[in-house]
Design a protein around this ligand. Structure first.
Ligand code: NAI
Length: 245
């Protein structure tokens, strides 16, 4: 078992739950996060043979350096989970700041592109790899006043399908997951700012509750696994029934 997996934004929330889940089948986890100290601490928590690296997914030079280090240490990359993301500052479209809009796109969408571009060459050379991109129910339907986030997460779906088709005959699968609301600090911050009302959300969600990060990690693990060998370019919706209503 010498497989290597990278999880961006892996220091907390869904990314950390995913790293903890994937480590059952993966020899070397690489936890990447803007918060380098937290990423290193998480890698230590996982045990020996794992790596924690501080990097900003929006910085192409940092991303290239990080992938170079992983290749030098482990010599291969089998799985990439593009999880790093930020929520937007909700605002009515007419008064929204263009800079804030761009920032949300840069982290969620461009970051996913940059890390994939840096990693995929190695996967294509070995004709083997699985990539999972974090979209959202916000990418499936619109959320009023949150158009930057919706645009970024819908963009991820388009990019996922495009890359999946490009690499389908070369052994590299690319899929997206669209979670509904998940109990992480991202959602807690939205709650604190009054952007979302958890009780109202729970009333709207057919299952009547938010997801635990481990439930999203299980779905991601499936998409990266050999059991998903014929699945590429797809979107796995894990939303407690939100989008079925
Ligand atoms: P979180 O805020 O708990 O964790 C995100 C992690 O990404 C943090 O550790 C943060 O330091 C890191 N990060 C942020 N910007 C980065 C950058 N430029 N470079 C490297 N790392 C960076 O978020 P959560 O809730 O775990 O979300 C993870 C992903 O899942 C995001 O892409 C989010 O949009 C998506 N998602 C979350 C949902 C939720 O309800 N929590 C629902 C649907 C999608």
């Amino acid at each position: 078992m010498s497989a290597v997996a990278l999880v961006t934004g892996g220091a907390q929330g869904i990314g950390w739950a995913t790293a903890r889940r994937l480590v059952r089948d993966i020899a070397h986890m690489v936890v990447i996060d803007l918060d380098g100290a937290a990423a290193e601490a998480r890698a230590e928590e996982l045990g020996s043979g794992h790596l924690g690296v501080g990097a900003d997914v929006t910085d192409a030079a940092q991303v290239r350096a990080l992938v170079g280090r992983v290749m030098a240490d482990f010599g291969r990359i089998d799985v990439l989970v593009n999880n790093a993301g930020i929520a937007d500052q909700p605002g009515e479209t007419l008064v929204q700041s263009g800079e804030a809009f761009e920032r949300v796109l840069r982290v969620n969408l461009c970051g996913t592109f940059l890390v994939t571009q840096a990693v995929a060459g190695e996967m294509l050379a070995r004709r083997q790899g699985a990539i999972v991109n974090l979209s959202s129910i916000a990418g499936l339907g619109g959320i009023p006043t949150r158009n930057a986030y919706s645009a970024a997460k819908a963009g991820i779906l388009g990019m996922t399908r495009s890359m999946a088709c490009e690499w389908a005959r070369q052994g590299v699968r690319v899929n997206a997951i669209a979670p509904g609301y998940v109990r992480t600090s991202l959602v807690e911050e939205l709650e604190e700012r009054g952007t979302i009302d958890t009780a109202a959300l729970e009333a709207r969600i057919p299952m009547g509750r938010l997801a635990d990060p481990t439930e999203i990690a299980e779905a991601i693990a499936f998409l990266t696994s050999p059991q998903a060998s014929f699945i590429t370019g797809s979107v796995l919706v894990a939303d407690g029934g939100w989008s079925a209503l």
